[in-house]
Design a protein. Structure first.
Length: 463
């Protein structure tokens, strides 16, 4: 209902973000047993911006209360509208049409709180719509099985229901896969893509630490899957989400030759005057010319921070360094032109727009990478116990290995049941238990052979 109100212009984008922030505040109050009290300061931390005045949070909350999306909003708790009949709006035809596209979905959706905070912190319109769509279509709670994070979603369906363009949905889904790592695409045949759309798994372990290095997938998987989305005659994966028409950057394409000027002939060598490639290498970070690559690399961001300190844009304090990186995370998540937004925030010190989700992402960037302990080589065992696994255990081993390579850390059973519905929780647990017993036997055999080899090297025992 909140998205419908925003789409029809009944509330502002800030009010929509405040709605998600209120969900987080009320969740905190409930989990604390009533000890935590929702406040405008806590909402400001989640959403950012000013409290009062035009474009402030208090007017945004008033919009939610006047429309009826919020029943009440006090320190004692926040109450939300539970049905469309509570909304104070005469024309609800758009909402009825939206519910018609949802095909009567009335179940409760288990939404991860990290994503709630990210929505409150701000995403673009298309990215917000794409996140909500995948929450509805890909997250299910089943009693006795827990959360099933796997589902499918067609870009055309998202565009029709949420009132955004199909191209923007492709771009948003690409961002959620490659930049955030929140969606884990699955391999699908073209027939499945045409019929159901892209099958994905929601990364339930996603958090701010995923921003720097999102999907631990192969290049083929991360590029190919978000692209092929819906149509059999769609663009190639590397061109997904982009129009195949002419470029709109050059307004006068035929008035002059832009990139065909012949290279100047070297004076001494008398070389050719035709095209000559340049090998300038990677562009160094420059605070006067920020590029998208600067947001993806921690070292480049820290170099920009050093230049900003030299230019007197910010101070050398830890607070300003955290705000600098948080501004980069905010611009990357919210802005359609992140480089210009980031420069505006840094030069004008407009850090009041930074949210808690942005600060969490900045802290994860500042956290030094954890070095893995060096693994000492172990002697190969002279005798390895022979494995005799059942077909179920072999299948469980293959599924676990495939999901580990894809970076999936959720419950594998829903994925297995999608291909083999006859599998139950008891059967899966039995297969995993058999596999663990086999692995423990192998480890014990390897340990015994390692001890024996060590004793022989020391000259202990033997004839």
């Amino acid at each position: 209902m909140a998205w419908w109100a925003y789409r029809d212009g009944l509330i502002t984008k800030l009010a929509l973000r405040a709605y998600f922030g209120c969900i987080e505040l009320e969740t905190r109050r409930r989990l604390s047993g009533g000890k935590y009290q929702p406040s405008i300061e806590g909402l400001t931390k989640l959403v950012g911006g000013r409290e009062t005045g035009q474009g402030g949070l208090r007017p945004a909350l008033k919009q939610l209360l006047d429309l009826g999306l919020l029943r009440s909003c006090t320190k004692a708790g926040i109450a939300f509208a539970e049905s469309a009949d509570e909304l104070r709006c005469e024309d609800r035809s758009g909402l009825d049409a939206m519910f018609g596209h949802l095909q009567g979905v009335t179940r409760k959706v288990p939404v991860p709180r990290r994503m709630i905070r990210r929505l409150a912190g701000g995403l673009s319109k298309a990215r917000t719509a794409t996140v909500i769509a995948h929450l509805i279509r890909c997250l299910f709670y089943r009693k006795g099985e827990g959360i099933n994070p796997v589902g499918c979603c067609k870009a055309s369906w998202v565009a029709d229901v949420f009132g955004v363009t199909e191209r923007s949905v492709f771009d948003a889904r690409r961002f959620l896969v490659l930049e955030l790592g929140w969606l884990l695409p699955e391999e699908c045949s073209q027939h499945v893509l045409n019929r159901d759309g892209l099958w994905v798994a929601v990364n339930l372990d996603w958090g701010p630490e995923e921003l720097g290095a999102p999907a631990e997938l192969s290049t083929a998987a991360t590029v190919e899957v978000p692209a092929a989305a819906d149509e059999s005659s769609g663009p190639r994966p590397e061109n997904a989400g982009h129009f195949a028409g002419p470029s709109t950057e050059n307004k006068k394409p035929l008035r002059e030759s832009n990139n065909q000027k012949p290279a100047s002939r070297p004076a001494a060598s008398g070389g050719p005057a035709g095209f000559q490639g340049s090998n300038s290498g990677e562009k160094k970070p420059d605070i006067r010319d920020i590029v998208p690559d600067d947001f993806r690399d921690r070292d480049r961001l820290l170099e920009l921070h050093r230049q900003a300190v030299d230019a007197k844009f910010i101070s050398t304090s830890e607070a300003d360094r955290l705000a600098f990186l948080a501004a980069a995370a905010h611009a990357q998540a919210v802005g359609s032109k992140p480089c210009r937004l980031f420069a505006w925030m840094v030069r004008g010190k407009r850090f009041e727009f930074i949210t808690q989700a942005d600060e969490d992402a900045a802290r994860s960037r500042l956290r030094p990478p954890m070095s893995r302990p060096r693994e000492l080589p172990t002697p190969a065992p002279t005798h390895r116990p022979e494995e005799t696994l059942s077909a179920d255990a072999l299948l469980a081993r293959s599924v676990q290995a495939a999901l580990a390579r894809a970076g999936f850390r959720g419950d594998p059973l829903p994925l297995v049941r999608r291909e083999r519905p006859e599998w139950t929780r008891v059967r899966w647990d039995a297969a995993v238990a058999e596999l663990e017993r086999s692995r423990s036997v192998v480890r014990q055999g390897g340990a015994m052979s390692s001890v024996g080899q060590t004793l022989r090297e020391l000259g202990v025992g033997g004839a």
